[in-house]
Design a protein around this ligand. Sequence first.
Ligand SMILES: [Fe+2]
Length: 254
Amino acid sequence: MSHYRMPILEETGYAVLDSHGRVMDQAEWMTLEYVDWKSSGDTRFAPIASAQGQIECNGFWHAKPPKADKDGVWIPSQVDRAPTLVERAREASANIGRCRVIELQPNSYADALYNSHLDDNNRLNPEGEGWVVRCFMQLSDNPDSYMILREDIDDPSTETRIALPAGAQLIVDSERMWHSVWHQGVDPRYCLITSYESGPELEKWLWELNPVNRVESAPIDDEYAAASEVEAQTRRSGRTEFYGYDPTDVRSEA
Ligand SMILES: [Fe+2]
């Protein structure tokens, strides 16, 4: 027996949903408590649901007792600060694991490729239950920033670049798809990231938001892309040589 996986993600590993229509109050994500947590690039995280309701970002398998990335426990002090974010995450009545806001400082396309990684979403997830995927709900308005998805990190032809204006939302099998964000701008980018269990509840919610599993990539200058590719792959190779393995192949705990 294997995990239940949603057909909508089968072909491309992602689906772009209708934009969230309502204006969000940025005070909600600005007043949350953030912890330093090294993920892809210069980042901090504000956990809203964690393994045991504490303000920490560890993978749920570190909890005592260890658990899969499901049945996240809401953190009361964070919920008080960001009730609308919690409401949004819970719009889908699917099982939620990790739920947190990421803060990402501006970076380059090469930085994004260098930091691209796979997530560890399904450790300890029992066979026969739903495959855990991630939903990215863009909070800050960054129309010139892009989610960079690749089926194969070494093959630029497998890339999709998805613009991130406020309200953009997408669901990604982030254990399959290499991902990172190229954030152009001056201020940090904020995004709500939630782990959901695949199943009828999640699918019902997705279908209400007109999921599109193949979108046109945002344009990029060819020369800049080629130079960034070389820079990123050189840095990636150097890192692999340094560690003796590619650390981004070891699925990210974040
Ligand atoms: Fe990730």
